[in-house]
Design a protein around this ligand. Structure first.
Ligand code: NCD
Length: 329
């Protein structure tokens, strides 16, 4: 693994499989009565959030705490950033407090990269979503959910990668860091990716991405193993990209009728937050085929795995506790 996780493209197939396997091991801890491991005791993880977040922020916080790290949560609102403090000065402050890892979400694409390549901080940098660029841990948790639901290994255990699985990503691709990271990661793991969107919500240059491009959702549903619906990101839109919400929902929304055209085993995914009634109907969102909630719970294990692999060093991720050691001895 590289020292930082900025882009899903930083991960080789072996790195990505290692994260998923480690997350699988760590997920078993979530089923124990005591969910905490001593692995990152004495380490400090800073959550540096310049943009609103529910799932990602609490997920990283839960992940770091379950590994016994000290967690400092920083949000730009209510901090000196609102007084005009720069990223550099904020970073130098965190460094002075001894941050071993900085998890950063920022409205500007490239901010985590700037932090990682600067001299300002010495710890690992994890990109928790930067502008319209990337969101690598979201892609990892999506791959984790796909593997758990759709990939059985030879002995009934989990297969390693996503070879041959067909994943369709639908909606506001233009503004979606989730789509960009997923295209990198899912293809690295052997899946075939198709993106579906109105032409106005596809970036110029999507043609050179390692995926198929389609404007017709109904045509690709019958051959999809997983259909990932994206939120229409109004906060990033500065123009009219489609005539009306109704028109968008009619062409690109997933409702019960459309879901019935998917193969029986196929799953529906959504990174959240959902716009119910827009890209997904309540019927689909609440159906057992939709993995949105599983994506969140698996997300904690995946982020534990990422923090452990970037910070943990030599100790095994899941070691026996002291009391267990004593009993065994
Ligand atoms: C995504 C994000 O923030 O990029 N959400 C998330 O991390 N769970 C997608 C979105 O905001 O639509």
């Amino acid at each position: 693994m590289k020292r930082h996780l900025i882009s899903a493209a930083d991960l080789t197939r072996d790195d990505a499989v290692l994260v998923l396997d480690t997350a699988e091991e760590l997920a078993r801890v979530a089923d124990r009565p005591i969910k905490k491991l001593p692995t990152l005791r004495g380490r400090t993880v800073v959550n540096l959030f310049f943009e609103d977040s529910t799932r990602t922020r609490i997920s990283f916080e839960a992940a770091a705490k379950r590994l016994s790290a000290d967690v400092i949560n920083f949000s730009a609102k209510g901090s000196s950033v609102s007084k005009g403090e720069s990223l550099k000065d904020t970073a130098l402050t965190l460094e002075a407090m001894g941050a071993d890892a900085v998890v950063i979400r920022h409205h500007d694409s490239g901010a985590p990269h700037r932090l990682a390549t600067s001299e300002w901080i010495g710890g690992a940098v994890v990109n928790a979503g930067d502008g319209t660029h990337e969101h690598p841990t979201q892609a990892l948790l999506d791959a984790f959910a796909i593997r758990r639901r759709l990939v059985a290994g030879p002995s009934g255990g989990l297969g390693k990668d996503l070879s041959g699985r067909r994943v369709t990503i639908v909606g506001d691709i233009l503004h979606s860091r989730v789509a960009r990271s997923n295209i990198h990661l899912l293809t690295t793991l052997g899946a075939q990716v198709t993106v579906v969107a109105p032409p106005t919500l596809l970036p110029v240059g999507a043609g050179v991405w390692p995926c198929e491009v389609s404007y017709d959702l109904d045509a690709v549903l019958p051959t999809s193993d997983a259909v990932m619906m994206l939120r229409v990101q109004r906060e990033r839109m500065n123009a009219a990209y489609f005539p009306t919400e109704r028109e968008y929902a009619r062409r690109y929304g997933l409702d019960g009728d459309r879901m019935a055209r998917m193969p029986e085993h196929a799953i529906v995914m959504h990174p959240g937050p959902m716009n119910r009634g827009m890209e997904i109907t309540a019927e689909v969102a609440d159906s057992p085929r939709c993995t949105a909630v599983e994506q969140v719970s698996g997300g904690v294990s995946v982020r534990m795995a990422v923090l452990y692999l970037l910070l943990g060093g030599s100790e095994p991720a899941v070691s026996t506790t002291r009391t267990e050691e004593n009993t065994l001895a």
